[in-house]
Design a protein around this ligand. Structure first.
Ligand SMILES: Cc1cc2nc3c(=O)[nH]c(=O)nc-3n(C[C@H](O)[C@H](O)[C@H](O)COP(=O)(O)OP(=O)(O)OC[C@H]3O[C@@H](n4cnc5c(N)ncnc54)[C@H](O)[C@@H]3O)c2cc1C
Length: 297
């Protein structure tokens, strides 16, 4: 019969899959009003093998147990991550665990996704569609696929839905673009380019063929331009005033109902407005390298 007691830290031997072992909260990050990501460490440290898409059973001690997907990547060093939405007794207790707090872990469970096998079978066009906390189980696979896309091994399209703008941490995304500009500046580059073309994230906001949001970041052209403009503004603010920022756009989507030339003229006007007077005096307007391509969307 399966043991039901928690394995204490330092216990030897392989725990029975039905027996939770005690892990510690190494870090916690508040993602949105009701989602927290916990980084969990095993004590003592030991390898923990899992695949993309698998989940653990997490125990909030004295409350109960819930299935939570592993949202960090297999093979990544350090604690493993779980993103948890506070919906009931167990998830509420887990979301409120302090750093250093104990949590029971058993797993991993579920078959997981064999990304390698899919790619080996020639399935290299990948579309990921997720909503809200549903992105958590996909996160590790998406990270892996992004790296593969950078190596030219796959074409990846990620569509994420959320109920409202505050459910997506845009501020963090914009800060990441700003930080990238700062790194490029510190590395001594003379030009930085914000990529808003070719179906990548900023283009997905711009194009009415893809952006189906009904919040402040979608709808009419002003709404669809909002995120790319926030990014461009953040990069412009970080970048030295005497150096140019390029913004690459796909001037037209090339499909009925898509982004048109008049839209490109409008976004160029908005981008020009991002420059300060001193930048205009220094001749550092944002420059545009526009590329007209059939839409990959
Ligand atoms: C394979 C798998 C992977 C998962 N991965 C994740 C993940 O990565 N992140 C994540 O956040 N979740 C994930 N979940 C979902 C998670 O397991 C559940 O949200 C969790 O078990 C809920 O437990 P709870 O005790 O917190 O909530 P519960 O108390 O079970 O409540 C769940 C819902 O039911 C409602 N409810 C409870 N009691 C009543 C009642 N008497 N009358 C009316 N409504 C009631 C609650 O208000 C709440 O909306 C996953 C689930 C599975 C199966």
């Amino acid at each position: 019969m399966a043991k039901t007691a928690l394995l204490e830290p330092g216990a030897t031997g392989t725990p029975h899959p039905l027996t939770p072992s005690v892990w510690r909260v190494a870090g916690r990050k508040v993602e949105t009003a009701d989602v927290v990501t916990l980084s969990l460490s095993r004590e003592p440290a030991a390898p923990f093998d899992f695949r993309h898409g698998q989940f653990n059973m997490l125990t909030a001690l004295g409350v109960g147990e819930a299935a939570i997907s592993i949202s960090s990547s297999p093979g990544a060093a350090g604690p493993i991550e779980h993103s948890i939405r506070d919906v009931g007794a167990v998830t509420h207790a887990l979301c409120n665990l302090p750093v250093g707090g104990a949590v029971g872990v058993r797993g991993p469970f579920g078959k997981g996704w064999d990304v390698e096998a899919q790619l080996a079978a020639g399935r290299t066009d990948v579309v990921v569609v997720a909503g809200g906390i549903g992105l958590a189980p996909l996160r590790s696979a998406v990270r892996d696929l992004v790296e593969r896309q950078q190596r030219g091994e796959v074409r990846l399209f990620v569509l994420v839905g959320a109920r409202s703008p505050d459910q997506i941490v845009f501020a963090e995304d914009v800060a990441a673009w700003r930080a990238a500009a700062a790194r490029a500046r510190d590395a001594g580059f003379d030009i930085v380019e914000v990529h808003c073309a070719h179906g990548y994230l900023n283009h997905q906001f711009l194009s009415p063929l893809v952006n189906a949001r009904n919040d402040a970041y979608g709808g009419d052209r002003a709404g669809r331009m909002r995120f790319p403009l926030e990014v461009a503004e953040a990069v412009r603010a970080e970048w030295p005033a005497d150096k140019p920022v390029f913004v690459r756009i796909s001037a037209v989507d090339g499909l009925d109902g898509g982004w048109e030339l008049a839209d490109s003229v409008a976004v160029c006007g908005e981008l020009a407005a991002c420059t300060t007077d001193s930048e205009k005096l220094a001749g550092a307007w944002p420059w545009f390298s526009t590329t007209i391509v059939p839409s990959p969307l």
